[in-house]
Design a protein around this ligand. Structure first.
Ligand SMILES: NC(=O)C1=CN([C@@H]2O[C@H](COP(=O)(O)OP(=O)(O)OC[C@H]3O[C@@H](n4cnc5c(N)ncnc54)[C@H](OP(=O)(O)O)[C@@H]3O)[C@@H](O)[C@H]2O)C=CC1
Ligand SMILES: O=C(O)[C@@H]1CCC=N1
Length: 284
């Protein structure tokens, strides 16, 4: 793996033969595995996932991946192991697999709040760890991830993880001190957007639109607005101003949103989710 990376091969060449494991085959593992496979970066047959939930394993099997109920088997078979269990399960899982961890296995944790220090301290000394906060739009190759290298992980390791995560969306590298806030913003954020889409559709239905049309318009409107922010480089405030005709419809709606505390509600949402991520990490 490392030799290939050092030669500067293409991303698919870097990841072509990599054996990827998932401990925990739930929603996030499914989204990532599906993205890795559909992007062509990882062969389905090179993925092994463990879980105690047969329904989750079946979803991975349907993608062509190998499945097992034994977490140790994932570690034995994989070059890169994604820890995709709930935060409070991470420590017991690490204690379970630590005795058989090989020195060249890279661990990638996606668990909210769980610090690199707490992961490294439960693995053999020197084990390479990368911590990531992804999100579920990875399922449709529109994910947003931020990664941080552990103390012994190399640039090659972070490039590898970045290549994988870039196949399912955008991936930035940042300080570990950012990761709880990233969790509160983009990790949990899809849920805020889903609530907004549902509520906007409700608004359309209240005004007489058929439900299906209202939902489609609400979702496409958020998608289009997000693309405009990303692709035009304009400040969202400017884009908002461009929709607001003087004395028109939009400024009425914006004034109503401001009265309802829309901005403050979103800022508070990110704050409480960030604090919760921090608290989850403090629980061992
Ligand atoms: N969902 C999201 O949007 C995001 C989640 N994350 C993080 O990803 C991680 C996984 O979240 P998510 O996919 O939503 O969770 P899920 O509950 O969907 O998946 C976790 C899976 O792990 C299984 N599991 C429980 N105990 C073990 C064990 N000892 N060994 C192996 N598997 C086990 C669970 O089975 P059972 O249900 O039977 O307990 C479940 O199927 C979390 O740490 C979360 O913080 C990060 C970013 C976004
Ligand atoms: O709700 C959670 O705890 C996880 C982490 C980010 C998104 N879902």
């Amino acid at each position: 793996m490392s030799t290939q990376m050092a030669t500067g091969l293409s991303k698919s060449a870097i990841t072509e033969n990599i054996m990827v494991g998932f401990i925990g085959a739930g929603r996030m593992a499914q989204a990532m595995a599906k993205g890795f496979i559909s992007s062509g970066l990882v062969r389905a047959g090179n993925i092994t996932a463990s879980d105690n939930n047969q329904q989750c394993l079946q979803i991975l099997q349907d993608l062509g991946a190998n499945t097992t109920r034994k977490n140790q088997e994932v570690v034995t078979k994989s070059d890169l192991v994604v820890l995709a269990v709930k935060p409070h399960i991470v420590q017991p899982v690490l204690r379970e697999v630590a005795p058989i961890v090989k020195s060249d296995t890279l661990f990638v944790s996606i668990a909210a709040g769980v610090t690199i220090e707490s992961i490294e301290s439960n693995l053999p000394a020197g084990t390479r760890v990368v911590r990531v906060m992804p999100n579920t739009p990875a399922l449709v190759s529109a994910g947003a991830s931020v990664l941080t290298k552990g103390t012994t992980a190399s640039d090659t390791d972070s490039e590898l993880v970045k290549a994988l995560l870039s196949s399912i969306g955008i991936c930035e590298e940042g300080s570990e001190s950012y990761l709880d806030a990233v969790t509160g913003l983009s990790g949990s954020g899809p849920a805020y957007a889903f609530v907004a889409i549902e509520a906007m559709a409700d608004g359309g239905v209240k005004q007489g639109l058929p439900r299906e049309l209202a939902l489609k318009l609400a979702a496409q409107t958020l998608l289009g607005a997000a693309k405009m922010v990303l692709e035009t480089g304009k400040h969202p405030g400017q884009l908002k101003d461009e929709v607001c005709s003087p004395g028109g419809t939009t400024i009425e709606a914006i004034a109503s949103l401001e009265k309802s505390g829309f901005r403050g509600a979103l800022i508070d949402a990110v704050e409480v989710a960030t604090l919760r991520a921090h608290a989850l990490g403090a629980k061992k």
